[in-house]
Each structure stands twice: as structure tokens, then as C-alpha cells.
Design a protein around this ligand. Structure first.
Ligand code: 13P
Ligand code: SF4
Length: 346
């Protein structure tokens, strides 16, 4: 079965430029959101790529900021019956699948993910059907329906040990949707993997040639790379890993300056955790550059403080942004998700 290229074309990527909000207004909005969360008995779970003010607010109000794996775990284990997920839709869906009895809302359901969009459930079902002998492992950046069709779900922080485990049992893997992450795992594990052809529009833009040029200007800089980036960029890295693994690596590695190939939202946490180190963005310019996202996911950027405040303040708007998953799909999708969460932490 020949797979078409499921990488999104430029016109399918929204242009989202967050509003510039003065400091005092941001503080006022943070106070308003904190009151609304308390009034609704809700806990805020945020991804590292969203607005830094939203991340700070999550932590200040008893919520959580992390990578997609730990967001899932926190949402499942926290006693609050209402979760507000600031991230992209697959993260909200994961929270709902793992806690079907809880109500899960997002600032806006328009926050999608190019990998999720690039893996339509019907096409994935056909891919799966064509290779029944393979174990289907999907990246968390997929819809509930695709997860429901799979044996395992993984995130970038736990993909390597899970695929190693499957390969050691002699299992052949059907992988979707991120071809770059799939190739990276293959290169590290030698597993037999058949890859779907999707990509993240943000990470795909990092350019190895321009990164090499930047390294020549800052020869002492360490390079931190998210594995959704192309192989040539990963090849220059001093550390490759999920968002939280990048934050950890910045502390463990001896460098004082880092070039970072991931969404620039992560710089907020990198600078908080490592105030004595410096971080610069890996280049998205260079030959063949299109810079549709310029290192900032347009869907993550939709999680603005004002949007969060407006959604929480208005019952109808909140209801319109509730994450719903069909019960049977949720039951099926919970199996591979629980499998991932039960796997020993790396
Ligand atoms: P992490 O699991 O590393 O947080 O990645 C999620 C994501 O969407 C990266 O683009
Ligand atoms: Fe999806 Fe890429 Fe945005 Fe992450 S950064 S949510 S993989 S489009």
C-alpha cells in the first residue's frame, strides 16, 4: 500500500498572531481566570508551548505544566472533576478518554495539530487493515478515533523504550503519524517499522544548514532538538527528547548557551528553570524555507489568556468548547493509552 504524503500544505496552517497585552492587563486577566477556575472547581493543565502567563497561572492555581505524557497522567490522577486543558485538541481528548466521568474544556477547540489533521481515521484504518501482522503504535498527537484503532499510544518521552520493548519481543510495528519521529526511533532501536507520512509543521521547518552556520558562530553552544524535527537537524543535536527531556537536558549538559529546535513556547520554562543559562532559537530560515509557523505552533498560540478568560466567564462559550468523545471510541482508545501509562517511566 503506497501512502500519500500527509504533511499539511501552507494554506491549511492558520496564521495566528497572539495579541500583545500590557503587563497590568495580563495580571488582571490572571486574577480573573484564577477566580473563575475556583468558582468552577476546575484545575488548569497546560502544555509548555502555550502562553507563559497561562503556564504560570496553571502552576499558581494548583494545576500543572508539562509535556503531553505527564499532562495525561496529571489529568487522570487529579481529583478535580473539571479539567481545563490549555494545549491542542488531542491533549483535551486524551484527558477525556482517561477520565470519561470528568468534564474537560479547552480555551478553544480550534486548537488542532498538524499531525492529528494529517492522519484521517478512515485512511489510518485502511493502513492498519493492509498490515494486520503489525502492532499499531500511534503517537499521542492523533484523534481519539485513531487511538481507538491502535494497540499502543506513545508520546515522544516514552516512545523509545516502548518500541524497544516491542522489538525485543519480535513484534513488527506500524507507526503513525510523524515520519520524522518514526525515523528517529527506527535509527535508535533498529525496530522493523512501517511509517505513516505525516509531519509537524513547526518542527519540520528547522533547517540543518542554517543550524550548522549558527553553530559556527556559537561553537560552544549545545544543541537541543525535539525528535519531530528532520533527521539532519536531529543529527546535529547534543540531546534529543520530548519537551520535558529538553528542559532536563539543559540542566544536565555543561553548556551555558543552547540552540533549541522546538516551539519557542518552551523558552519560558527553560529560562525559569535555568536562569543562568542562555537559549536561542534554532533557525527556520534558509534555503527552501517557508516559515509558516516560524517556530511557534499556531494552534498552541490560540491558548491566549484573554481567550481563556472569555471562555471561562461565559457558560455558553464554555459549553461550546467542551471536549466530547463518543463513549465506544473512548473505551477503545483508553486501552492503548492505559498501556502507555502503565509502562515504567523512562
Ligand atoms: P511533548 O510530548 O514533547 O510535549 O510534545 C508534544 C508536541 O506536540 C510537540 O510538538
Ligand atoms: Fe502538533 Fe507540531 Fe503543534 Fe506539536 S507543535 S501541537 S506536533 S503542530
Amino acid at each position: 500500500m503506497n501512502l500519500p504524503d500527509y504533511a499539511l500544505t501552507a494554506e491549511r496552517v492558520p496564521q495566528h498572531r497572539p495579541a500583545l497585552v500590557p503587563v497590568q492587563e495580563r495580571q488582571r486577566l490572571q486574577g480573573q481566570v484564577a477566580e473563575l477556575l475556583a468558582a468552577r472547581d476546575a484545575v488548569l493543565v497546560a502544555h509548555y508551548y502555550v502562553d507563559g502567563d497561562v503556564q504560570d497561572l496553571a502552576e499558581a492555581t494548583g494545576g500543572f505544566v508539562s509535556d503531553s505524557l505527564e499532562m495525561a497522567r496529571f489529568g487522570r490522577d487529579h481529583p478535580a472533576q473539571t479539567l481545563i486543558v490549555a494545549g491542542v485538541r488531542f491533549m483535551g481528548e486524551t484527558a477525556k478518554i482517561l477520565s470519561p466521568h470528568k468534564r474537560v474544556f479547552m480555551p478553544t477547540l480550534e486548537a488542532e495539530c498538524s499531525l492529528d489533521i494529517g492522519c484521517p481515521p478512515a485512511a489510518f484504518a485502511a493502513f492498519r487493515q493492509a498490515h494486520p501482522e503489525r502492532t499499531a503504535v500511534v503517537y499521542a498527537n492523533t484523534s481519539a478515533k485513531v487511538k481507538a484503532l491502535s494497540d499502543w499510544v506513545v508520546t515522544s518521552s516514552i516512545a523509545l523504550p516502548i518500541i524497544e520493548h516491542l522489538a525485543a519481543k519480535g513484534e513488527k510495528v506500524l507507526w503513525a503519524p510523524d515520519k520524522h519521529l518514526g525515523r528517529y526511533i527506527q535509527s535508535q532501536t533498529d525496530a522493523d517499522m512501517l511509517l505513516w507520512s505525516g509531519a509537524c509543521v513547526v518542527h519540520e521547518e528547522f533547517k540543518a544548514k542554517a543550524l550548522g552556520d549558527l553553530k559556527r558562530i556559537y561553537p560552544d553552544a549545545g544543541v537541543l532538538v525535539h525528535p519531530e524535527s528532520p533527521a539532519a537537524v536531529v543529527g546535529i543535536a547534543d540531546a534529543v527528547g520530548s519537551t520535558s527531556q529538553i528542559v532536563e537536558a539543559a540542566g544536565t549538559l555543561p553548556h551555558e548557551l543552547f540552540i533549541v529546535a522546538t516551539d519557542r513556547g518552551l523558552f519560558h520554562k527553560l529560562r525559569q528553570r535555568h536562569p543562568h543559562k542562555r537559549f536561542i532559537e534554532a533557525p527556520t530560515a534558509g534555503e527552501g524555507a517557508t516559515c509558516r509557523s516560524c517556530a511557534h505552533c499556531p494552534w498552541m498560540a490560540m491558548n491566549e489568556l484573554q481567550v481563556l478568560a472569555d471562555t471561562l466567564a461565559d457558560d455558553a462559550r464554555l459549553a461550546a468548547n467542551e471536549v466530547l468523545v463518543a463513549p465506544e471510541t473512548g473505551r477503545q482508545a483508553m486501552i492503548p493509552l492505559e498501556r502507555m501509562l502503565a509502562f515504567p517511566r523512562p
